[in-house]
Design a protein around this ligand. Structure first.
Ligand code: CU
Length: 149
């Protein structure tokens, strides 16, 4: 996982996203949103839907330091706990495969983007920038609105 900053990420990554043969197709990013946080929560979550026409891999994330220290890709896995009950755990992953032409959705309770060490609580109505870096396509910057649910 590359930790990238906004907007330095764009300058840094702009030159190295394309493969040797021809320009990579762009990844379509839709339905970006973040959940409002309550109280002293130090982490937030962002959800997006990604679609790569030619196939790609999400390899890096960037958020402004005014929002959080960094962002990570997380998956939720079910594990059997010590008492035999099923527990939900979050696991950090380095990248997410985007199969060609398939919509890959991040949704609550499953795959999500975790904002680590929030600079301040995320309030309904706020928006912030999120940079998504890919193995082949050029990076995409999206505005993320904060919603209640
Ligand atoms: Cu998480």
């Amino acid at each position: 996982m590359k930790r990238v900053l906004v907007p330095a990420a764009l300058a840094l990554l702009a030159g190295c996203g394309a493969p040797a043969s021809g320009p990579a197709s762009r990844v379509v990013v839709t339905e970006a949103w973040s959940r409002a946080t309550t109280g002293l929560a130090s982490a937030g979550a962002v959800y997006v839907t990604l679609e790569s026409p030619g196939g790609d891999r999400l390899v890096g994330l960037g958020v402004p330091l005014s929002v959080a220290r960094f962002a990570q890709l997380h998956e939720t896995v079910r594990e059997r706990g010590a008492n035999g009950a099923t527990e939900l755990r979050m696991r950090h992953v380095d990248s997410i495969v985007l199969p060609a032409g398939e919509r890959v959705a991040f949704v609550p309770g499953e795959r999500h983007i975790m904002l680590i060490e929030l600079a301040h609580p995320l309030a309904v109505g706020d928006t912030f920038a999120l940079v998504l870096a890919f193995q082949r396509a050029t990076p995409e910057t999206v505005r993320v609105p904060v919603r209640g649910e």
